[in-house]
Write a protein that binds this ligand. Structure first.
Ligand code: SAH
Length: 343
């Protein structure tokens, strides 16, 4: 729902200020239409239906994985594709993976999103509408800004959306923003000390040449500066930064790579999350053994490390697999299974 348009529309009709709050309360708690908002006069409900689209996003296709993960492909009013994912865990957690941009202008070599055409930054309402879509389906508990795009290239809208997530049941402590280390946005985020939103850094390789090869953005914002900013976050918020490393066989997964990483980090400020590579064409994923060896090197250096549980790989909903070409194979594949996979 375009919340600015909602407020304008209500103001133009001379409605009292609390009406916008009422509409948001219903919406954030999972109402599926204006019709359900019984505290609003019926005439108002009907005019809102005509004047303020209930969502800024149209659902194009939805797929459900064998593990219960749901991936939804949306389209903005001006035709840009956006994907978001609902991950369901056995312990009851329901975690949303939200996109901050349609596509991504960065070109990390292992990530499929960088290969699709970059569209634009999403508005705060377009980010929230991804979350609201799933909230209408079931209660949700966590959110990660790990979908399409680089959140800190769109930091204002990302933060504006994150600040409304508690109304959907997702506290700031259960919200994580992941970045490649885009410094201007990262600084802006760290400066805003009032909220306990979590931070994750996609690090991938400690060696500068290797990191630049995997993530060209490293040439622009060197890792030393980015880590200094992460340490400022730790000092201000007293919470650790998650460090993400996607494990690529023979590229960044040797024990030497692990030692180089350990030398950069410290266990008081960082916690490492090793991500099994989800196939996107170019690399081989590391073996389980290699990942375990890497993890042990970190743990010997007293750096806590976990291995990320892979979800939704069979429907291309896993990390790094969100990519759509509007007339491309994936969208057609998505369309052909939409509807049938919900059974
Ligand atoms: N641009 C931000 C937000 C996207 S997060 C960032 O990069 O942090 C997406 C996470 O998935 C990142 O940690 C990214 O490095 C990781 N990822 C990308 N491609 C992947 C792949 N093919 N397999 C596993 N993880 C991948």
């Amino acid at each position: 729902m375009d919340l600015a348009l909602l407020e304008r529309t209500l103001a133009e009709r001379g409605e009292p200020a609390y009406r916008a709050r009422q509409v948001w309360e219903w919406t954030s708690r999972g109402a599926a239409s204006y019709g359900e908002m019984t505290t609003l006069p019926q005439r108002l409900r009907r005019s809102l239906e005509e004047e303020v689209p209930f969502s800024t996003l149209e659902v194009v296709a939805e797929r459900v994985s064998r593990d219960g993960t749901v991936k939804t492909l949306f389209r903005t009013h001006d035709g840009h594709p956006v994907e978001a994912v609902l991950m369901r865990y056995r312990d009851g957690r329901r975690s949303l993976c939200l996109s901050s941009q349609s596509g991504c202008p960065l070109t990390c070599t292992f990530c499929a999103t960088g290969r699709m055409r970059f569209g634009r930054n999403l508005t705060a309402s377009e980010i929230l509408d991804q979350a609201l879509h799933f909230r209408r389906r079931e209660p949700v508990s966590h959110a990660v800004y790990m979908g399409m795009g680089e959140p800190f290239l769109n930091v204002e809208n990302v933060l504006a959306s994150a600040h409304r997530l508690p109304d959907l049941g997702i506290t700031h402590r259960r919200t994580t923003i992941s970045t490649v280390g885009w410094l201007p946005g990262l600084r802006r985020f760290v400066d805003e000390v009032a909220h306990p939103i979590r931070l994750a850094l996609s690090l991938h390789a400690a060696d500068p040449a290797k990191r630049s090869e995997l993530m060209p953005v490293n040439d622009r914002y060197p890792l030393a500066d980015v880590l200094a900013e992460c340490r400022r976050y730790v000092a201000l918020r007293r919470r650790k930064v998650f460090v993400e490393v996607v494990m690529l066989a023979g590229v960044n997964d040797s024990e030497e790579d692990a030692r180089a990483l350990a030398a950069l980090l410290d266990g008081r400020s960082f916690k490492v999350n090793l991500i099994p590579y989800n196939p996107t064409g170019r690399y081989e994923g590391s073996s389980r053994d290699a990942i375990e060896r890497f993890k042990r090197v970190l743990e010997r250096a007293r750096i806590p490390a976990t291995v990320r549980l892979t979800r939704g790989r069979d429907i291309e909903a896993a990390c790094g697999q969100l990519a759509v070409t509007v007339r491309g194979r994936q969208l057609r594949a998505a369309r052909s299974t939409a509807g049938s996979s919900n059974a």
